[in-house]
Design a protein around this ligand. Structure first.
Ligand code: ADP
Length: 480
C-alpha cells in the first residue's frame, strides 16, 4: 500500500514532543510490514543541514500560496530506510527558533500560512497532476498542522482516502477568519459544518470534519474526547463521527531499548540490571548530586505545562523533599513553572536537580537512572514517557487518564508477590498525587518487591507491530 504520511516533526530531525517519536516509529513499523510509506516534513532551518544527499524533485509549485522559492527535496530519514520529502521553503521555514514558536515562546504569526503550505503540498502530492511517478493510496495526516489536507482533498474532488490522527486535541490551529481568504480557502466552506469553529478558522476541525477516518492515540482518550470534560469544544463533532473514530495505542520505538540505547553509559536488560545501577551513579555524578545508590531517585522529563500536572508536583515539592529523595527534572515550557522549579533547586541543590531545555540524551539517562518516573498529567492522549520508563525498569507514577490509564497497571503488593507496573492516582489533585508518592516510597523500601515491580514493567510488550496492523486495517477498510 502507498501511504503519504504528513508530519510537522520527526525524530531525529526535529522534536518538541511525542509526535516526533511516533512519526518515525509508526512509518518504520509500516515499512517493515511491507508498505510503501513516504513522509512529508517542513524544511525547518535546523533540519536542512542534517539531510543526506537531498535531491530536488520539484523546483516550483503551481500555487499562489507558496512563496516563489519553494522546492520539494527527496532524501531518506537519517539512520533509516524511510523515504522523506522535505518542503524547502525558506520564507516560511528558514528561521531560528522552534517549529511552531519563536525562541521567546511566541507562536509564529504566519503559522496559518506555514502549515497551510504543508497541507497544500500534501494534497498536491496526492493528486495525479503531481508530475511524480508516485501517488498515495492513503494520506495520513497528524494534528492540526496537516489537518487542512483532508479538507483540501475534498474541495479539489480528490477521492484519495485520508486519515487524521489526533495526538492532542487541545492544539487546534484556530486562527482569525481573515485567514480563510488569505489562504485561498473557499469562503463557502466557512461555516460550522466545515472550517469554522466559533467564528475562527480551525485547521483541526477542518480535518475532523473531512478526513475519512479519525484516529487518536489510545482507546481511553478516544472515549474521553467525546465528553465535554476533555472534548475541547469538539466533543459534539467527535460523537457525531464516533463510527469513524478509533483509539489505537501508540507503541514505542525500537530505539528505546536499555540494552542497545546509544544515549546510555551502561547497557542493561531485565535479566541484567546492574547497568541501571551504574547509570544512576553516572547521573548523580554528572548532575553533581550526592552519590548514593540507595537514595530514592525520582525522575521527570516533560513539557512544563498545566496539562502535564507540573503544578501538582510544584505544590507538593516541599513535602516530597522532606523524604530522603533525589528529584531530577528535565523540561521546558511555562515561564512561571520554570522559575518556580529553578527557585526550588537553588534552595535544595543536593536533592533537586532541574535542567531547563530540551536534551534528548539526558532524557534517556534520567528515565534509565531513576527509580520512579513521574507523569501526573491532567489529561494525556497516550503519553510515551511512561512506556519508556516501564521498559527501562523505572515504575511510573501517573494520573488515571487517557493513555496513562491504558498502559500503567496499578501495583498491588501481597505477601505472595507484586502485580501491576506502577502507581496510579485517581484525581488530579496534589493530595492524591502525594498519597501515590508515599505509596511508591514505601514500596521502594522492600527491595524484593520493588525488583518484581520493575520486572513486571520491563516485560510489557509496547512494540509497534500490533498498532501498525490496526492502522493497516483502517487503511484497507477505506480502500474497499
Ligand atoms: P507530549 O507529546 O505531550 O509532550 P509524550 O509523553 O507523548 O508527551 O512525549 C514526550 C516526548 O518528548 C518523550 O519522548 C519525552 O521523553 C520527550 N521530552 C519531553 N520533554 C523533553 C525535554 N525537555 N528534553 C528531551 N526530551 C523531552
Amino acid at each position: 500500500m502507498k501511504i503519504l504520511f504528513i508530519t510537522s516533526e520527526i525524530h531525529p530531525l526535529v522534536k518538541t514532543g511525542g509526535l516526533a517519536d511516533v512519526a518515525r516509529a509508526l512509518p518504520m513499523a509500516l515499512h517493515h510490514l511491507g508498505d510503501d510509506i513516504r513522509i512529508l516534513l517542513p524544511g525547518y532551518r535546523s533540519v536542512m543541514p542534517h539531510l543526506s544527499n537531498p535531491i530536488v524533485v520539484v523546483d516550483s509549485f503551481p500555487y499562489g500560496l507558496l512563496p516563489a522559492e519553494a522546492r520539494l527535496l527527496s532524501t531518506t530519514l537519517p539512520d533509516s530506510p524511510l523515504p522523506l520529502w522535505v518542503l524547502d521553503c525558506p520564507a516560511l521555514f528558514d528561521r531560528s527558533g522552534g517549529p511552531y514558536q519563536t525562541d521567546e515562546g511566541v507562536d509564529w504569526a504566519d503559522n496559518p500560512q506555514r502549515f497551510a503550505a504543508l497541507s497544500q503540498v500534501g494534497a498536491w502530492l496526492a493528486s495525479a497532476q503531481n508530475g511524480l511517478s508516485w501517488t498515495p493510496d492513503i494520506v495520513h495526516c497528524n494534528d492540526w498542522q496537516s489537518a487542512l489536507t483532508p479538507a483540501l482533498l475534498k474541495f479539489q474532488g480528490n477521492p484519495t482516502p485520508s486519515v487524521l490522527t489526533i495526538h492532542n486535541l487541545a492544539f487546534q490551529g484556530n486562527f482569525a477568519p481573515e485567514w480563510v481568504s488569505l489562504l485561498n480557502l473557499p469562503a463557502s466552506e466557512f461555516h460550522p459544518e466545515s472550517l469554522e469553529f466559533y467564528g475562527q478558522l480551525s485547521f483541526l476541525k477542518a480535518g475532523l470534519v473531512h478526513a475519512h477516518h479519525i484516529t487518536t492515540v489510545s482507546p481511553r482518550y478516544a472515549r474521553e474526547i467525546q465528553t465535554p470534560q476533555l472534548g475541547c469544544g469538539l466533543d459534539g463533532l467527535l460523537r457525531h463521527r464516533r463510527h469513524s473514530l478509533s483509539g489505537i495505542l501508540n507503541g514505542i520505538d525500537e530505539l528505546w531499548n536499555p540494552d542497545t540505547d546509544a544515549c546510555l553509559p551502561f547497557a542493561y536488560s531485565v535479566t541484567r540490571l546492574s547497568g541501571k545501577k551504574k547509570t544512576k551513579e553516572y547521573l548523580q555524578k554528572r548532575l553533581g548530586l550526592p552519590i548514593d545508590p540507595k537514595c530514592f531517585m525520582v525522575g521527570l522529563v516533560s513539557r512544563l505545562t498545566e496539562q502535564k500536572g507540573i503544578d501538582l508536583l510544584l505544590d507538593s515539592l516541599e513535602r516530597l523533599l522532606e523524604y530522603p529523595v533525589q528529584i531530577v527534572i528535565l523540561g521546558s515550557g511555562d515561564a512561571e513553572m520554570e522559575r518556580r522549579l529553578a527557585h526550588w533547586s537553588s534552595r535544595t541543590p543536593q536533592q533537586l536537580h532541574v535542567s531547563l531545555g530540551f536534551n534528548e540524551a539526558l532524557s534517556h539517562q534520567i528515565i534509565a537512572a531513576s527509580d520512579l518516573f513521574l507523569m501526573p498529567s491532567r489529561f494525556e492522549p497516550c503519553g510515551l514517557a511512561q512506556m519508556y520508563a516501564m521498559t527501562y525498569g523505572t515504575p511510573p507514577l501517573v494520573h488515571r487518564t487517557g493513555g496513562l490509564a491504558d498502559t500503567v497497571v496499578p501495583c498491588h503488593i501481597t505477601p505472595t508477590g507484586v502485580s501491576g507496573t506502577g502507581f496510579v492516582f485517581e484525581i488530579a489533585h496534589m493530595n492524591d498525587f502525594k498519597e501515590a508518592f508515599y505509596q511508591a516510597y514505601d514500596a521502594f523500601q522492600d527491595k524484593k518487591h520493588w525488583l518484581q515491580l520493575q520486572k513486571n514493567g520491563m516485560k510489557q510488550d509496547f512494540r509497534w507491530n500490533k498498532a501498525a496492523t490496526e492502522y493497516q486495517d483502517i487503511y484497507q477498510s477505506l480502500l474497499k
